[in-house]
Design a binder for this molecule. Structure first.
Ligand code: F6R
Length: 608
C-alpha cells in the first residue's frame, strides 16, 4: 500500500525513480509524485492518476537530478488528488514520502498549527514534514530532527526524507512498514520492496523496525531510533526473478495464472522424498516442537485466508488436530483462551499484511505459540516475526488479484500436513498416496490451464450480469469463496459464495433467469447434496455452471459443465480453483476493466 523509492547517485536519478514507481505501482495507483534536487533547489511534481501521467508531466528529456524521492499512493487520509499526493513538504525545505498511517496525526496537527505551520493537504503525512522542519528550526541537524520526529509518531510508517539544506543526504525510516536499501557503485537507494530496484542492483540491506538509514552516494549509516549505530549485512538477491516483463501475456494476472504449474513444481522442489515430506524443510527444531502440538490456529486475510480454511479440513481429517482459522483483522477481538501447545500459522503472499502481522504480534504477547509463516517473500516482516518460515516460492506476484500465490500456499500447506502426519505417526499409506498425488499436481494444473475456450464461454455468460453466486460444500466452500472474490475484485460484478446447504436458508430468493450460479461438483460424499442444490437453482431458471472431475464438458447459453482432471479429493480444490481464476480473468477482460490494478485496491495491504 503506497510505494516509496528514492536515491542518490552520480547519474541522473529521475528515470530510475520513475521506473521504480512503475514497478511499485501495484502497491497503490491513485496518484504519484516526485521531489528532486537540482542546483540546490528542490522541484516537486505531483499528479492525480498513474505514474505514466507523472512521467509525462515531469518531462524526463530536459529535467535531470542526482538525488530525489518518489511515491505512488493508495489513499488513506484524503481523496486521491494532486494536493494529497506525496511528497509533502514543509516550507519548501523538508520533503517527505510516507507509506503507512500516523494514528496520532490529529493531535500533532493541532500542536503544529499552534506553532504556526499551515497545512495544505488532508493527509496524515504532512505532520511528518512539519515536525522535521520544526526540529530543524529549533537547531537540530537533520538526523536528530528525524529522530525527534519519529519519537512523536504513533502508527506504522516507512519514510523517505529530503532536505533542501542537506544537498547530498537522503533519509529512510522503517517502522512497521517495509523499506529496503539498495546498493550500487557510488549510488544508494531506498524502496518499499526489491521489485522497485531490481533492474539496477541485486545488493540489498533489509532494515528492521525502528531503524533510520542516512544515505549518501558512497555511504550508508544505519542507526536505531535513538541514534545508536546499527550494522545491517548486505544480501544478494536473484534480481532476474523480479522482472516486470509480461512475456507476451496481456496482463500480469494472466501470466501468473499460467505460471501455476511451474511454481507449484518450484515450491515442491527438494521438499519431498519418494513417500514423504523431506525432513527439516521447516527449519531446525520445527519437527521436535511439533510433537507436542495439540492445537492449530491460522491467521490470514483474503485469498490467504481461503488457503487456511482448506488446511482446516485437512487438519481435522488427517491429523485429528483441532484447527481454527481467523481473519487477521478479527483475531484480536476474541478473548484469547489458554490451550495446550499451539502451532500458530500465518499465511501471506506479501508477508507485510498489517492485519495478519499485528495479530501475530498479539498472539505472541498473549500466549506462547510456536509460530510458522507460509509466505512468498523472504525477509518480509512475517518471516522475521515468526519462529519458522516456509517460503512458497511463487516468485513475485504483481497482479493485484492473488492467484499463483494461492496454489503455492496450498502446496506448502500440504507439505505441512505431510510433515505433521509423519511427526504424529499418522496414516503412512495415505502419506505415500498424497506425496505421489502432490508430485502429479503440476501436470493436472497444466491440463486445466488448456481449457481456455470453455472458460471464455462461461465468461461470456457472466460479463453483462450484475451478480453471480458460487456454491461449494466442505473443503470446496473456501474455493467457491475464492472464485467469488476473484470475480468481484477484478470484474466488479457482485459475487457471493455460499455453502450449498445454505442456499435454501436465504440466497435462493435471489435466483432468477439473470442469476448465474457456479457450483463446485466434486467426486466425493457431497456430490449428491450439491446436485440437489443445483436442481433447486435450475428449477428457478438460474443459469448453472458446474465444475468437477466427473461428467463431460459442455457449455451453451444456458450454462453447462466443465470437467477438470481428477486427483485425490484433498488436492482437487487446487485444480478446481484454476477454472474460477480464468473465468474471472476473461470476464474482466470482456468487461474491459483494469485487470492488474482493480479500482480502490492495492497489493500488500500494509495498513490495518
Ligand atoms: C485477493 C487478494 C487479497 C490478499 C489479501 C492478503 O486476490 O489478493 O485478498 O489475499 O490482501 O494478502 P497477503 O496474502 O499478502 O497477506
Amino acid at each position: 500500500m503506497c510505494g516509496i523509492v528514492g536515491g542518490t547517485s552520480n547519474r541522473n536519478i529521475l528515470p530510475i525513480l520513475i521506473e521504480g514507481l512503475r514497478r511499485l505501482e501495484y502497491r497503490g495507483y491513485d496518484s504519484a509524485g516526485v521531489a528532486y534536487k537540482t542546483n540546490g533547489k528542490i522541484s516537486l511534481v505531483k499528479n492525480a492518476g498513474r505514474v505514466d501521467d507523472l512521467a509525462a508531466k515531469l518531462n524526463l528529456k530536459t529535467n535531470k537530478s542526482n538525488i530525489g524521492i518518489a511515491h505512488t499512493r493508495w489513499a488513506t487520509h484524503g481523496v486521491p488528488s494532486e494536493k494529497n499526493a506525496h511528497p509533502h513538504n514543509s516550507k519548501n525545505n523538508i520533503y517527505v514520502v510516507h507509506n503507512g498511517i500516523i494514528e496520532n496525526h490529529s493531535a500533532l496537527k493541532e500542536m503544529l498549527k499552534k506553532e504556526g505551520f499551515k497545512f495544505s493537504s488532508q493527509t496524515d503525512t504532512e505532520v511528518i514534514a512539519h515536525l522535521i522542519q520544526l526540529y530543524t528550526e529549533k537547531g537540530k541537524d537533520l538526523d536528530s530532527a528525524v529522530i525527534s520526529t519519529i519519537a512523536k509518531l504513533k502508527g506504522a510508517y516507512a519514510l523517505g526524507v529530503l532536505d533542501k539544506n542537506n544537498p547530498d543526504t537522503l533519509i529512510g525510516v522503517r517502522q512497521q512498514s517495509p523499506l529496503v536499501i539498495g546498493e550500487g557503485f557510488e549510488e544508494k537507494f531506498i524502496a518499499s520492496d526489491i521489485m522497485a530496484l531490481s533492474n539496477i542492483t541485486n545488493k540489498f540491506k533489509f532494515m528492521d523496525d525502528g531503524q533510520i538509514a542516512i544515505l549518501e552516494k558512497d555511504q550508508i549509516t544505519v542507526t536505531s531510533s535513538s541514534g545508536v549505530a546499527a550494522r545491517l549485512k548486505t544480501q544478494e538477491v536473484d534480481s532476474n526473478a523480479y522482472t516486470n516483463d509480461l512475456k507476451g501475456y496481456s496482463h500480469f494476472m494472466e501470466k501468473e495464472i499460467f505460471e501455476q504449474s511451474d511454481v507449484i513444481k518450484d515450491s515442491l522442489e527438494g521438499r519431498l522424498t519418494k513417500n514423504e515430506s523431506q525432513e527439516g524443510i521447516f527449519g531446525v527444531g520445527f519437527e521436535k516442537e511439533m510433537k507436542n502440538i495439540s492445537n492449530i490456529q491460522i491467521i490470514a486475510c483474503g485469498t490467504s485466508f481461503h488457503a487456511g480454511r482448506i488446511f482446516e479440513f485437512w487438519s481435522h481429517k488427517f491429523l485429528g488436530i483441532n484447527c481454527r482459522v481467523d481473519y487477521g483483522s478479527e483475531y484480536q477481538y476474541q478473548e484469547p483462551i489458554k490451550t495446550d501447545k499451539t502451532l500458530l500459522i500465518t499465511i501471506s503472499q506479501s508477508g507485510e499484511t498489517a492485519d495478519t502481522l499485528s495479530s501475530l504480534k498479539f498472539a505472541k504477547k498473549s500466549g506462547d505459540p510456536v509460530t510458522l509463516t507460509i509466505c512468498n517473500v523472504a525477509n518480509s516482516s512475517l518471516c522475521r516475526e515468526s519462529d519458522y518460515a516456509l517460503l512458497t516460492k511463487a516468485g513475485p506476484e504483481i497482479g493485484v488479484a492473488s492467484t499463483k500465490a494461492f496454489v503455492t500456499q496450498l502446496a506448502c500447506l500440504n507439505l505441512l500436513l505431510l510433515t505433521l502426519m509423519r511427526v504424529h505417526n499418522k496414516l503412512p499409506a495415505a502419506r505415500k498416496k498424497i506425496t505421489a498425488a502432490l508430485k502429479d499436481l503440476p501436470k493436472l494444473i497444466n491440463k486445466t490451464l488448456k481449457m481456455t475456450g470453455e472458460y471464455k464461454q462461461v465468461a461470456k455468460l457472466l460479463f453483462k450480469r450484475n451478480s453471480a453466486l458460487f456454491l461449494g460444500r466442505g473443503l470446496y466452500f473456501p474455493i467457491a469463496r475464492e472464485g467469488a472474490l476473484k470475480l468481484k475484485e477484478i470484474s466488479y460484478i457482485h459475487a457471493e459464495a455460499y455453502p450449498g446447504g445454505e442456499l435454501k436458508h436465504g440466497p435462493l430468493a435471489l435466483i432468477d433467469k439473470n442469476m448465474p450460479v457456479i457450483a463446485l461438483a466434486p467426486d466425493n460424499e457431497h456430490l449428491a447434496k450439491i446436485t440437489s442444490n443445483i436442481e433447486e437453482v435450475a428449477a428457478r431458471k438460474g443459469k448453472v455452471i458446474t465444475i468437477g472431475p466427473l461428467g463431460r464438458t459442455k457449455i451453451d447459453k444456458n450454462g453447462g459443465h466443465i470437467k477438470i482432471p481428477k486427483t485425490l479429493d484433498l488436492l482437487n480444490p487446487i485444480v478446481s480453483v484454476v477454472p474460477l481464476q480464468l473465468i474471472a480473468y476473461y470476464t474482466a477482460v470482456f468487461k474491459g476493466t483494469d485487470v492488474d490494478k482493480p479500482r480502490n485496491l492495492a497489493k500488500s495491504v500494509t495498513v490495518e
